[in-house]
Design a protein around this ligand. Structure first.
Ligand SMILES: NC(=O)C1=CN([C@@H]2O[C@H](COP(=O)(O)OP(=O)(O)OC[C@H]3O[C@@H](n4cnc5c(N)ncnc54)[C@H](OP(=O)(O)O)[C@@H]3O)[C@@H](O)[C@H]2O)C=CC1
Ligand SMILES: O=C1Nc2ccccc2C1=O
Length: 288
């Protein structure tokens, strides 16, 4: 029998048995295995905050194209409806709900929505972020500090604590935070925002260490300037977008899609030994 053979022949014997016993023709099986592999996130469930526009929307589309069931959210019902309709029309498995990540009851609703159709949650991508202030850091009111730190830093941690049991049920998972190069290279007049993005780098490291024994990986992406509505308010800053363009190595501003592939990779099993990393997506900035 196969058991009496040396290990190398034993393996070969089992392989040949598998080929003989299967009723599926070899060519079909090879094709379907390839097809499954190309959808690296097949049957996984992803919750993505701040995902009805910009970077979050691009990530939602990419994860869904790679086979994930995606739950999107943002503060405005109209934005959620539009984004869900657009992605469903593309044949993608996407649902959504209103969720202001800074509100506990909204986070509860998001978790409930994710569990409505699926038995667990595999990925959390925290994209939602705010920057209501262009001005002096020390001139910022307590309200502004609370808002920026509440939405950008506290909310990802609190949402993850709510999702954690459902990730543990799946035997592991992957979390991706969205920081900014402003974490490393402070942008003038955005001090509170810069600080919140630096805090996210630390949050990533701490959570990665805490959750590693549970098989949950935590990484962050650190985007440079990406062309979205978010940066419109910064038109008042003492630089132009083309100034910034010059300092980035690849000589162009980023597109939301530039942030999507790396998130999909970090969620996939190809990244199964990567945790606690902060990965810059900025076309190379020599000043970093
Ligand atoms: N664009 C850039 O150059 C860079 C952006 N980033 C970061 O990327 C993230 C996304 O930015 P970007 O895609 O550019 O921005 P956009 O303005 O294009 O999109 C922001 C999205 O987040 C939603 N949103 C805003 N506030 C909340 C909230 N409190 N709760 C839930 N959803 C919310 C918005 O929808 P709604 O209005 O319906 O809530 C929208 O869907 C931010 O964290 C930002 O700091 C980092 C580096 C560079
Ligand atoms: O809000 C931001 N404005 C920026 C300008 C250049 C690079 C990053 C950012 C941000 O994160």
């Amino acid at each position: 029998t196969a058991r009496q053979l040396p290990p190398m022949f034993r393996a070969l014997s089992w392989t040949l048995r598998g080929l003989h016993c299967s009723s599926i023709p070899l060519s079909t099986r090879m094709f379907s295995e390839r097809a499954d592999k190309s959808r690296s996130l097949a049957d996984k469930v992803a919750v993505i905050t701040g995902s009805t526009k910009g970077i979050g929307f691009a990530i939602a589309r990419h994860l869904a194209q790679n086979g994930a069931h995606v739950v999107i959210c943002s503060r405005k019902q109209w934005n959620v409806d539009q984004a869900v309709t657009t992605l469903q029309k593309e044949g993608l498995s996407v649902t959504g709900t209103v969720c202001h990540v800074g509100k506990a009851e909204d986070r509860d609703r998001l978790v409930a929505k994710a569990l409505e159709h699926h038995k667990g949650i595999d990925f959390l991508v925290c994209v939602a972020g705010v920057n209501p202030l262009v001005g002096s850091t020390l001139g910022a009111s307590e309200q502004v500090w609370d808002k920026i730190l509440g939405v950008n830093v506290k909310a990802p941690a609190l949402l993850l604590s709510q999702l954690l049991p459902h990730m543990e049920n799946r035997g592991g998972g992957s979390v991706v935070l969205v920081s900014s190069v402003a974490a490393y290279m402070p942008i003038s007049k955005l001090g509170v925002y810069n600080t919140s993005k630096t805090a996210l780098l630390g949050l990533c490291k701490s959570l990665a260490m805490e959750l590693a024994p549970k098989g949950i990986r935590v990484n962050s992406i650190v985007p440079g300037l990406i062309k979205t509505d978010f940066i419109q308010m910064e038109k008042t800053l003492p630089y132009t977008l083309s100034d910034l363009n010059k300092i980035y190595g690849l000589q162009r501003l980023g597109e939301p899609e530039d942030c999507a592939g790396i998130v999909s990779f970090l969620c996939s099993s190809d990244a199964s030994y990567i945790t606690g990393e902060n990965i810059t997506v900025a076309g190379y900035s020599p000043k970093l």
